[in-house]
Design a binder for this molecule. Structure first.
Ligand code: ADP
Ligand code: ZN
Length: 211
């Protein structure tokens, strides 16, 4: 099964993508994580991407499309994959279609902007492996320490309040039109984000047909 997870920054699409990835045993491909990794390693495109990310803007379509093409050509994607954070623009969605990639469903995690602004401040990410946490909704076992690799969890630079506003604006302008795009293809399923993560997960799993 090939799935896309769509949602505003901080809506919890990554968390839900991870839940489904484990349930279906197919990889979760987070373009945000790949870009942060590249930025950390200081590759040429990584540095370019970092400038855009830190400003709350999108990384250019050609960079992200190139990354994605390479990633889904890997062996572990043969049985299906979950795209978390791609596509984020109509040209990116068109590129997927042009590649002949068949998408089964697009799951939108819908959360009001006001809720997002409150939530994002509690978000943490592991500086080692990129795993994500939330101090209230998805805490690591030991505060400040990653469950998966033991490295430090930190606040993402782009989770600062001013940058979050910019990212929300970018989402509404560039990414939200994808809802129409996939609605027209009959693939869009909207899941209302709940107060409890476990409750959202239950709805998400039902939406992809796993009970
Ligand atoms: P969130 O969904 O919480 O904003 P991500 O980790 O998915 O976080 O993305 C972080 C940043 O990485 C985005 O703000 C953007 O700058 C960049 N990025 C990730 N995916 C894409 C994409 N498909 N197209 C353009 N930029 C992207
Ligand atoms: Zn880690």
């Amino acid at each position: 099964m090939n799935l896309i997870f769509l949602g505003a920054p901080g809506a919890g699409k990554g968390t839900q993508a991870e839940v489904v990835s484990e349930a279906l045993n197919i990889p979760q491909i987070s373009t945000g994580n790949i870009l942060r990794e590249a930025a950390k390693n200081g590759t040429e495109y990584g540095l370019k991407a970092k400038a855009a990310m830190d400003a709350g803007a999108l990384v250019s379509d050609d960079i992200v499309i190139g990354i994605l093409k390479e990633r889904i050509a890997e062996d572990d994607c043969k049985e299906g994959f979950i795209l978390d954070g791609f596509p984020r623009t109509v040209p990116q969605a068109e590129a997927l279609d042009a590649m002949g990639i068949k998408i089964d469903k697009v799951i939108e995690i819908n959360v009001a902007d006001e809720t997002i602004k409150q939530r994002v401040s509690g978000r943490r990410v592991c500086q080692g492996c990129g795993a994500s946490y939330h101090i209230e909704y998805k805490p690591s076992k030991t505060e400040g320490v990653c469950d998966k690799c033991g490295d430090k969890t930190v606040i993402r630079k782009d989770d600062q309040p001013e940058v979050v506003l910019e990212r929300l604006a970018t989402y509404h302008e560039k990414t939200a039109p994808l809802k129409d795009y996939y609605e027209k293809q009959g693939k869009l399923v909207t899941v209302e984000g709940q107060e409890e993560v476990a409750e959202t997960s239950r709805l998400t799993l039902a939406a992809v047909g796993v009970e």
